[in-house]
Design a binder for this molecule. Structure first.
Ligand SMILES: *Cc1c(COP(=O)(O)O)cnc(C)c1O
Length: 232
């Protein structure tokens, strides 16, 4: 199957899962995760209808940005503060905010280009040492601190990556936990122009349908569209 065919198949499964969970297809966004893929492969998926692509390394965004047709870029991987400056003007959303230190730098660089940067707070669901993200219990404190200090950031919701599991059902509990915090965010009394929780970014190739059933609004799918990742 071609990239275009696989993209269409994942899109159809995404739409069906949205309807199954009582929502409209357009209420759940599919991000094509293009890490390790070449610019021509991005153009192929864009031609197939992809509106949003996700990368987990700044370097790859910089390398491909100019070579690829217009599309919405998402930063979904761990972001170092010294690289914020080079992506803040290129991405529509940063999914991986996990410290006030990082938020402050995003705020500063966004302010410099007169932009309000949309971000998500990344939860490390099982507190795995190999993953970034913060503990579920720390989300409220971080969001409050950002809301108070960062005029050029809008917190749009949460991102989570549960532990890798064979059976997607094993991830369901983690997705449910993230959804509870996400729903609770509306009750924190924070100003809407700073905290507008509308996006819950969860679900990857092997578990995106379960994630949608549990309330995901953005799924990030790579290998099911492009095949196994290249070794970098
Ligand atoms: C690689 C990656 C994905 C996509 O993973 P697949 O299993 O290939 O679909 C999603 N989210 C993040 C943060 C990633 O780094």
């Amino acid at each position: 199957m071609s990239i275009a065919e696989r993209y269409s198949e994942i899109l159809a499964r995404k739409d069906a899962a949205a309807v199954r969970s009582g929502r409209k297809p357009e209420d759940v966004t599919l991000i094509a995760v293009t890490k390790t893929r070449f610019a021509d492969e991005l153009n192929e998926v864009i031609d197939a209808g992809a509106t949003d692509v996700g990368e987990n390394k700044v370097q790859e965004i910089l390398e491909k940005h100019e070579k690829v047709k217009p599309v919405r870029w998402h930063m979904i991987g761990h972001l170092q503060t010294n690289k914020v400056k080079s992506v803040v003007d290129k991405v529509v959303m940063i999914h991986s905010v996990d410290s006030f230190h990082l938020a402050k730098e995003i705020n500063k660089r966004a302010a410099a280009i007169d932009k309000v940067m949309d971000v998500l707070i990344e939860i490390n669901s099982a507190m795995e040492a190999t993953k970034s993200g913060i503990a579920a219990d720390d989300v409220k404190a971080l969001v409050s601190e950002i809301a108070e200090n960062c005029e050029n950031i809008r917190v749009c919701g949460l991102m989570c990556i549960p532990p890798r599991c064979e059976d997607p059902e094993d991830a369901r509990g983690y997705f449910r936990e993230a959804k509870i915090i996400f729903d609770d965010m509306k009750n924190w009394g924070l100003p809407e122009e700073r905290v507008n929780p509308v996006e819950l970014s969860m679900g990857m190739s092997n578990d995106f349908e379960v994630a949608i059933e549990e309330g995901s609004t953005i799924v990030r799918v790579g290998s099911s569209i492009f095949g196994p990742r290249r070794v970098r």
